[in-house]
Design a protein around this ligand. Structure first.
Ligand SMILES: NC(=O)c1ccc[n+]([C@@H]2O[C@H](COP(=O)([O-])OP(=O)(O)OC[C@H]3O[C@@H](n4cnc5c(N)ncnc54)[C@H](OP(=O)(O)O)[C@@H]3O)[C@@H](O)[C@H]2O)c1
Length: 233
């Protein structure tokens, strides 16, 4: 999804700084963005679970870019509940990457945007956090935590010249979900990138991507627990 956002920003001639943990992919995405017309301020390899490194990487980004218009937080890890149950280290990664690392990066970025007095922080959470189900409870709980954190951060940053946007995608056909069977509700990363950029531009609080997920989640949230369990959702 982040790569699809970068492609769109690049085609509009924007300036970006990219952060990823895999140096090979980072170089590839950077080259692709450059060819499409982006100005690359910097490429930075970082494991975003290591929260102690967030301050330095944000300082470097703000120094390289000057004024920062948008910070997009897009890291995530998905794992099956039974794999997490077998392997607590994997469960820890799901909780840390999707919640702790993402939330602390959001906090540090929001404070820098507030010091600048402008800009938009966009965090990619998930519809999975709207109603945590047995079929992905570690991931869903982490996303619920991240959505709640962004909600509180939005209130905290109110009046400081910045916007905090929560994006909640539904099913997206990305590397994260390459192993899953696809159906009619699935969206492309590019379609979701369009939603993300429009939300950032308008400074919306919470957006579903695509928008029909707002209605689906309204229904899913209303389901009684016994039915949720019976349906094995
Ligand atoms: N795909 C969906 O159906 C869906 C639905 C709802 C929400 N989301 C959320 O949307 C966001 C983007 O996911 P995606 O679908 O675009 O999948 P993706 O292509 O797998 O993107 C996730 C990215 O997070 C990176 N990442 C994971 N742990 C990291 C860490 N510790 N430090 C730095 N980077 C790390 C991954 O890096 P590597 O490439 O090195 O693994 C990967 O590039 C995620 O937050 C995901 O949870 C996805």
């Amino acid at each position: 999804m982040a790569q699809a956002v970068v492609r769109r920003v690049a085609s509009a001639g924007g300036e970006v700084m990219l952060v990823a943990r895999d140096p090979e992919k980072l170089r590839h995405v950077g080259d692709d963005a450059r060819v499409r017309g982006a100005k690359i301020a910097d490429l930075l390899q970082a494991d975003l679970d290591l929260v102690g490194g967030h301050a330095a990487l944000l300082d470097r980004a703000f120094a390289a870019l000057g004024t920062v218009d948008v910070v997009l937080i897009a890291q995530g890890v998905l794992a099956a509940p039974e794999d997490c149950e077998r392997d607590p280290a994997l469960a820890e990664r799901v909780l840390v990457t999707n919640m702790v690392g993402a939330a602390l990066l959001a906090q540090a970025a929001a404070l820098r945007l507030a010091a600048q007095g402008s800009g938009t922080l966009v965090g990619i959470s998930s519809v999975a956090g709207d109603r945590v189900r047995g079929s992905n409870y570690q991931y869903g709980a982490a996303k619920a935590g991240f959505s709640a954190f962004l909600e509180g951060l939005r209130c905290r940053m109110s009046g400081r010249g910045i916007r905090v946007v929560t994006v909640k995608p539904g099913f997206v056909d990305s590397p994260m979900t390459a192993h899953l069977a696809k159906g009619p509700l699935w969206a492309s990363p590019d379609a979701v990138a369009g939603v993300i950029l429009r939300a950032a531009e308008r400074g919306r609080d919470v957006v579903y991507a695509p928008g029909y997920w707002r209605l689906i989640m309204l229904a899913v949230r209303a389901l009684p627990r016994w039915l949720l369990i019976k349906l094995r959702l």
